[in-house]
Design a protein around this ligand. Structure first.
Ligand code: NAD
Length: 351
């Protein structure tokens, strides 16, 4: 049994990839997606309490490495995450991540966790939370364009949180679509693989774009998007990396996480810097309007913001107590006399 006694303050719980998979199966993936959506909603409603900054990005020709910090004054969190679209060709993930949560009062870390799986879950939970807020109330069909690592999570979150019953899949790589359809079997969704993006969006009230290509791509052209839909644009999340034709943005009411970051990274990098956008936390707190007309196109220009990772880490931390889903990690020096760091080192010298 792995458990931390209160005196083990210097041992930091570490949630490995294997532990995270056990946690997800223990809770149940749809229950966890609902729990994460609730945690993110709670924290978005406390938006003004948080330190906020656009993430710190280190760009290279093939990808980006980013740090995403935030704090509410009690807990501090950050995530390390990369985005390398060419990685899948080399058998590597496009996105990998890990993160840390710390106690602001002492500065001591209270959790270190894998966040590749957790990012897929929190991104999907955020998408579904926003779709529940903005999509037509009777939305039951989602087009899922881009059937890579995030796709099943996005599909199941829309089912668990919004009541979506059918997903229509399209990817330029039919192998990815076949993988996604296979993985979604037995989860209570009608899954329809499609030959084209146009086919996938037929009859869909929610359109999710989740592709990876480091360019100004056009996954959706203007004439493909009818009135009244909700677009959940996930893949455009980096300077020079977008998915939607600018004309679609001009016809849509645009909702974002944190404008200072989204204007650098999101679809709206294609628009004037003062193009109006609504922050989703303001809709959740009732300070701004969401969907106001059935024919309106609502667009969530998702890039992923630090508070979502903070919420996800907080959710995991709260569920660890009394479980075996972590290793106690000897991450912090803990001399008996806090000022005798050198003495601790000296006593450890091999004889
Ligand atoms: P992935 O590489 O596993 O999958 C991407 C899929 O897109 C691949 O199957 C590829 O064949 C497909 N694709 C590429 N071009 C296409 C096109 N023109 N039409 C249809 N399909 C196309 O990547 P992933 O981990 O699923 O991530 C997808 C995207 O989401 C990435 O760009 C990533 O950076 C982004 N992302 C955003 C957030 C967020 O919070 N907004 C979080 C995680 C990932």
């Amino acid at each position: 049994m792995t458990s931390l006694a209160p005196s083990d303050k210097a041992l930091v719980p570490f949630v490995s990839v294997d532990h995270m998979m056990q946690i997800i199966h223990h809770i149940g993936i749809e229950e966890m997606l609902r729990g994460l959506a609730a945690a993110i909603e709670t924290d978005f409603k406390r938006w003004e309490l948080f330190d906020k900054t656009p993430r710190v990005a280190s760009h290279s020709p093939e990808g980006v490495i980013e740090l995403m910090p935030t704090s509410d004054g009690e807990l501090y969190g950050f995530k390390y995450v990369n985005g390398h679209p060419k990685n899948t060709r080399e058998g590597l993930q496009t996105v990998t991540a890990f993160g840390l949560l710390a106690d602001v009062a002492s500065g001591y870390p209270v959790l270190l966790s894998e966040m590749t799986l957790l990012t897929a879950l929190r991104t999907a939970a955020t998408s579904a939370l926003v779709a529940r807020t903005l999509a037509p109330e009777d939305a039951r069909v989602m087009a899922m364009i881009g059937n890579g690592a995030q796709a099943e999570f996005q599909s199941l979150a829309m089912k668990a949180v919004c009541g979506v019953t059918e997903v229509r899949l399209y990817d330029i790589d039919p192998v990815a679509t076949a993988k996604c359809a296979r993985n979604l079997r037995g989860h209570g969704l009608t899954v329809t693989p499609c030959q084209t993006a146009e086919d996938a969006i037929m009859g869909a009230q929610i359109i999710t774009t989740c592709t990876a290509d480091k360019q100004y791509a056009t996954i959706l052209t203007d004439n493909m998007v009818g009135s009244g839909v909700h677009i959940n644009a996930i893949g455009g999340d980096c300077p020079g990396k977008t998915e939607l034709a600018p004309a679609i943005l001009q016809r849509s009411t645009i909702f974002v996480e944190y404008p200072e970051q989204t204007r650098i990274e999101g679809e709206i990098q294609q628009l004037e810097a003062d193009h109006p956008v609504t922050e989703i936390w303001e809709v959740l707190t009732g300070q701004a309007a969401g969907r106001t007309a059935p024919e309106q196109i609502t667009l969530f220009d998702s890039v992923g913001f630090a508070i979502e990772d903070y919420s996800a880490l907080r959710y995991i931390h709260e569920r660890l107590a009394g479980t075996e889903f972590f290793y106690p990690l000897d991450l912090l020096a803990d001399p008996d006399d806090p000022r005798d760091l050198f003495g601790m080192l000296a006593r450890a010298r091999p004889v």
